[in-house]
Design a protein around this ligand. Structure first.
Ligand code: F6P
Length: 534
């Protein structure tokens, strides 16, 4: 389906005019002062997630213009085509159907295949949970075959099997696998080789290292101690793995935690909780598919992303989960968003004259407050922040939780309200400077304010709410990518480096630098002797 690219629509020109006339100078403090209903108007309920959009640099007019842009770009028709299985990933000629992985049995495309594998995988997960002799599960995978399970496990720690420990090996750096293996006994360990393609260099190298270790330790029953999650069942069999859970090329790597790639999650939290994770994501899928655009949370978040990136010119967005269990969410979102939308040509291969994916980054609150929040409050760049808060904790330490929530609210408040130089001057300075005049010191203690943020609120962090939250992000990334007219489902940008590494690998052994650029040749010369202990 070809749809107009956002910048070629009259709606884009209308937004540009609106930005120049009012949007650029929009002031959040004024907006709240003049509209007592702003919080209610800009609060959006979606399954398991409430979003406060009121601290964003938009008014009703901005939103109407952004919604008009979505309609001008045929967002709804394109969304429907994707959900129905159209070949949305055009450069690879593939459908994009991660939503089918969480559709109830009998619904959605490929239901029989999906539920056949799901049933088998969950039955296997339950057997491992009940086994008693397996105490360690090592997931070997990288990118989408690592980040999803690695993000979900700490988030759902409350629901995890207490007799099992989970380990993740992803990097081709031997410093990753070495300390993991050091703490293991072969007879207590299950290795899961997770790779959509079963060809990824890092994963294959680590899988071989794990199998060598297993055999060297005296392990014999590889069939019992190795399992695989992959679309390439033949390659897994050739490796010697007989317990294999398959999936399909219409599941992108960064959208695959709902597939067999979720096996470590299923082992950790059990079949019922894994089904609840899928159900939460499915509820968000229904919301995305059917809620009117003006109350459709992933669509609204995607439109805000376009507003900030293309009109305000903000180049990054910070994610601050105020829940330690979500500590890996920013890393997960980096792949989801930046691998999906980090593109510079449109679907027709034409160079784009506007910016696409922002840099997505962050740390859990409150840790980030003591590191980079200084820049968020007083730096020269405006960086929209996404706060994620959970109302009810999974622990009984109420005093700590109250402090956590107070900090979360205070940060978005401080970003918005700021502090004028006059306010700073009127306060008693916390430190008495011997060298600076009081008015100079007050300028250092001034906060510009009017810095935008979104707060996402969950009642509890459960399999269902986490599933909904992740699906929310997936559809939000789709929305901005669709408006930008790019393919959000390929990742050609990772290929060049892979090919060059393939060329350099034998050169590292031979020392042959012929034909290389000066820098690479110079660095190779300095690495000469890398295999001899220093
Ligand atoms: O980094 C590129 C990429 O293809 C990702 O999209 C993917 O998640 C990752 O590599 C791992 O791929 P595989 O699951 O095939 O090993």
């Amino acid at each position: 389906m070809t749809a107009p690219r956002c910048d070629r629509t009259p709606a884009w020109q209308a937004l540009r005019a609106h930005y120049e006339a009012q949007g650029r100078a929009f002031d959040l403090r004024q907006a709240f002062a003049t509209d007592r209903g702003r919080f209610q108007a800009l609060g959006v309920e979606a399954p398991e997630v409430f979003a406060d959009l009121s601290k964003n640099l938009v008014d009703a007019n901005t939103l109407q213009l952004l919604l008009a842009l979505a309609r001008a770009c045929d967002l709804e028709a394109r969304r429907d085509a994707m959900l129905a299985g159209a070949p949305t990933n055009t450069t690879e000629g593939r459908a994009v159907l991660h939503t089918a992985l969480r559709a109830p049995r009998g619904q959605g495309p490929h239901s029989d295949e999906v539920h056949g594998v799901l049933d088998a995988m969950l039955a296997y997960a339950e057997r491992i949970r009940a086994d008693g002799r397996i105490r360690h599960v090592v997931n070997i995978g990288i990118g989408g075959s690592d980040l999803g399970p690695q993000m979900v496990l700490p988030a759902l720690d409350e629901f995890a099997h207490r007799g099992l420990s989970f380990h993740f090996v992803s990097n081709v750096d031997g410093h990753d696998i070495t300390p993991v293996l050091r703490g293991l006994k072969h007879e207590e360990t299950l290795f899961i080789v997770a790779s959509k393609t079963f060809t990824t260099q890092e994963t294959m190298a680590n899988a071989h290292a794990a199998r060598d270790w297993f055999l060297a330790q005296g392990g014999t029953d590889t069939a019992r101690h190795f399992a695989a999650s992959t679309t390439n069942v033949e390659a897994a069999a050739a490796f010697g793995i007989t317990t294999t859970f398959g999936f399909w090329d219409w599941v992108g790597g960064r959208y695959s935690l709902w597939s067999a790639i979720g096996l470590p999650i299923a082992i950790a939290i059990g079949a019922d909780n894994f089904r609840a994770l899928l159900a939460g994501a499915h509820a968000m899928d229904r919301h995305f598919a059917s809620a009117p655009l003006e109350r459709n949370l992933p669509v609204l978040l995607g439109l805000l992303d376009v507003w900030y990136r293309n009109f305000h010119g903000f180049t990054s967005r910070s994610v601050a989960p105020y829940h330690q269990g979500l500590k890996r969410l920013p890393a997960y979102l980096q792949q989801l968003e930046m691998e999906s939308n980090g593109k510079c040509v449109d679907l027709n291969g034409e160079p784009l004259p506007f910016g696409t994916s922002p840099v997505v980054w962050g740390e859990p609150g409150t840790n980030g407050q003591h590191a980079y929040f200084q820049m968020l409050h007083q730096g020269t760049d405006v960086i929209p922040v996404e706060f994620i808060a959970v109302k009810c904790p999974a622990h009984g330490l109420h005093d700590l939780h109250a402090k956590l929530l107070a900090n979360c609210l205070a940060q978005s408040q401080a970003l918005m309200l700021g502090k004028t130089t006059a306010q700073a001057a009127a306060e008693k300075a916390p430190t008495a400077s011997k060298t600076l005049a009081p008015e100079t010191l007050a300028r250092h203690r001034t906060f510009p304010g009017n810095r935008p943020s979104t707060t996402l609120l969950l009642d509890r962090l459960t399999p269902a709410s986490l599933g909904a939250l992740i699906a929310l992000y997936e559809h939000r990334v789709y929305t901005s990518g669709a408006l930008w007219g790019i393919n959000s489902f390929d990742q050609w940008g990772v290929e060049l480096g892979k090919a060059l590494a393939g060329d350099l690998l034998p050169r590292l052994a031979s020392g042959d630098t012929r034909g290389l650029d000066g820098s690479t040749a110079g660095l190779m010369a300095r690495l000469e002797g890398w295999h001899r202990p220093a």
